[in-house]
Design a protein around this ligand. Structure first.
Ligand code: NCD
Length: 303
């Protein structure tokens, strides 16, 4: 029984296989329409979410399976004080696989340790978000055809942005990768992530200036400032509009730049950028559903 809590729970070879199955699902959806007949996915979301929960649920329905859902911590037994480990044991009696989002870092790991069914981390606090990374990887693969030798810019909230941490971890395993980390001082990448990069000998630079580095980038990953993880409203209001991507700022960008954003977007990307062929963030949403389908098949060991 396998769980996916961290993107590195999947080897490079397994990620290639998950991408290959996702591509086959895209090409032949009918072939997969009954693969999970009779199976149940429990989505346990103890933190607000629209796309990730619906993406998991759409993925399971498109595989012919069913879904049990907790979409609000206030209406679940967690509000009565139930522990994550007890919730995991109880839900193991009802479902075949769990997708869990939780505001506390490490909660999905606790669930996986106590569940008797696979657990997928659907985002834990400001820590990790491995299935968003799968969506990001399929999008990069479809746009670029490879992961090696890319210069990848991350812009915005690199401190609390869990999607950033997971994607950096995933891309660190490929050769010739360079990271350009664009953020205000207060929202820099956490020290532990930078230490990992240094230990692996991966090149990275930190800057506050998006426009200056724009011509170097193959991928630009914009992020929302994670207001819900701030300790005070004043800091959030001061930092929330630090970067706003506009068509003007893209004039010096490569013609084949790939612009990503895990969404939801607040102000980070002007809607005027949406018509630019380099804007890939809505494709990324759809790719997320296919990668979640592929991951569910893998963890349920369905051929
Ligand atoms: C991200 C998340 O929840 O971390 N959203 C998502 O899952 N697509 C990014 C965000 O909320 O800013």
């Amino acid at each position: 029984m396998r769980s996916v809590i961290d993107i590195k729970d999947l080897s490079i070879k397994e990620i290639e296989e998950i991408i290959a199955v996702a591509e086959d699902i895209i090409a032949n959806p009918q072939k997969y329409a009954h693969k999970c007949d009779g199976k149940k996915l429990a989505t346990l979301f103890f933190e607000p979410s629209t796309r990730t929960r619906l993406s998991f649920e759409a993925a399971m329905y498109e595989l012919g399976g069913n879904v049990l859902s907790v979409s609000d911590a206030n209406t679940s037994s967690a509000s009565k004080g139930e522990s994550v480990s007890d919730t995991a044991k109880v839900v193991s009696c009802y479902a075949d696989i769990i997708a869990m989002r939780h505001p506390k870092e490490g909660a999905p790991l606790v669930a996986a340790t106590n569940a008797s069914i696979p657990v997928i981390n659907a985002g834990d606090g400001g820590h990790n978000h491995p299935t968003q990374t799968l969506a990001d990887l399929l999008t990069i693969h479809r746009e670029k055809g490879h992961f090696d030798n890319l210069t990848v810019g991350f812009c915005g909230d690199l401190k609390f942005g869990r999607t950033v941490h997971s994607l950096i971890s995933a891309l660190s395993r490929y050769s010739g990768i360079k990271f350009v980390l664009i953020s205000p001082d207060e929202l820099k990448l956490p020290g532990y992530v930078k230490t990992n990069l240094s230990e692996m000998g991966i090149e990275f630079v930190e800057t506050k200036d998006l426009v200056e580095v724009m011509p170097d980038l193959d991928i630009l990953y914009m992020t929302r400032v994670q207001g819900e993880r701030f300790f005070n409203e004043e800091d959030y209001l001061r930092l929330k509009d630090s970067y706003i991507l506009t068509p003007e700022k893209l004039t010096t960008a490569k013609y084949d730049l790939c612009i990503l954003h895990p969404l939801p977007r607040v102000n980070e990307i002007s809607v005027a950028v949406d018509d630019d062929p380099r804007a890939c963030y809505f494709k990324q949403v759809l790719n997320g559903k296919y990668m979640r389908m592929s991951l569910i098949l893998k963890l349920l060991e369905v051929d």
